[in-house]
Design a protein around this ligand. Sequence first.
Ligand SMILES: [Fe+2]
Ligand SMILES: [Fe+2]
Length: 171
Amino acid sequence: MVVIDLREPAAQGATAHQDLPDLTTVEWTQAIDTWRGRVVNETVSSRVFAAMIPQALAAGASADTLQRLARAVGDELRHGRQCAAVVSALGGDAYAEIEALQPVPTHDDASSIEGLLRNIISISCLSETVAVALIGAERLRTGPASIETTLSQILADEVQHARLGWAVLDN
Ligand SMILES: [Fe+2]
Ligand SMILES: [Fe+2]
């Protein structure tokens, strides 16, 4: 089991979200579940980029690619904290227990460059590009300014994560 406990940084970050509207009980429960799910997804995304660093080293990737992968690790961890702040502001606990995580594929049947490219295409080009579309759409529907700010900051990073993938394919 994996424990994600961001309650302490979440409480500090929650002060930025004093503009949240009053919600019905159902809306409130849904909002906490949604943002807690994001805490988990964002935080575990960090390990996917981290796993690509040794793959990229083995494949002889450029210094720029290595730096961008490392930056993405930090971005995803920060996104987890940003989403945790929203959970806390809503009155929820930024705490989750999840089943053991699936290992990131190492593609041992392929060459190091092909293995890296498979993960880059799946994670960076596809998942991150989809994330850009989803977060972009959600931002348009968002009411509170503080939530819009959070989504805008996350969106800007996700755009870079998608561009990282397409840039690797270009080279
Ligand atoms: Fe993210
Ligand atoms: Fe991302």
